[in-house]
Design a protein. Structure first.
Length: 134
């Protein structure tokens, strides 16, 4: 059986996408997304952990992503995982989890009225941060 490198994310865009061009005029759109996971700590409380992904789209997909996506949008991303390692200015080893996107779709948000009709209430805004109490 052949190995498969495939991932699917539903995540929030962390900053507006940047559009670049390679030397052969190929368009490349780069943006970061974040997912949040709640995990129970030993003390029984929940902690919020944020995982960051660098999304890389090329060609027509890059152009569409650059035009439609903005910071805060909820997006659906499919693609191949890649880990890039590098040394920062302090010579510490760092890495990026990258997704070479094959598909990027904006997930539309329901209006306040639609959410109300569905019985969805928005949680109060929290000051919780990555790794902090939630």
């Amino acid at each position: 059986m052949q190995a498969i490198n495939r991932t699917t994310l539903v995540a929030y865009v962390a900053r507006d996408p940047e559009l670049r061009f390679l030397s052969d005029e190929t368009q490349v759109c780069v943006f970061a997304v974040a997912t949040n996971d709640r995990r129970r700590a030993a003390a029984g409380n929940y902690l919020l952990f944020t995982t960051w992904f660098k999304i890389i789209a090329t060609g027509d997909l890059a152009e569409r992503a650059h035009k439609r996506l903005r910071k805060g949008n909820l997006v659906y991303v499919e693609g191949r995982l890649r880990v890039t390692e590098y040394f920062d200015k302090n010579e510490d080893l760092r890495c990026w989890i990258e997704v070479m996107a094959d598909k990027v779709e904006l997930i539309p948000r329901a209006t306040a009225q639609e959410e109300s009709e569905m019985g969805i209430t928005q949680p109060a805004k929290s000051r919780a941060r990555s790794g902090g109490a939630a």
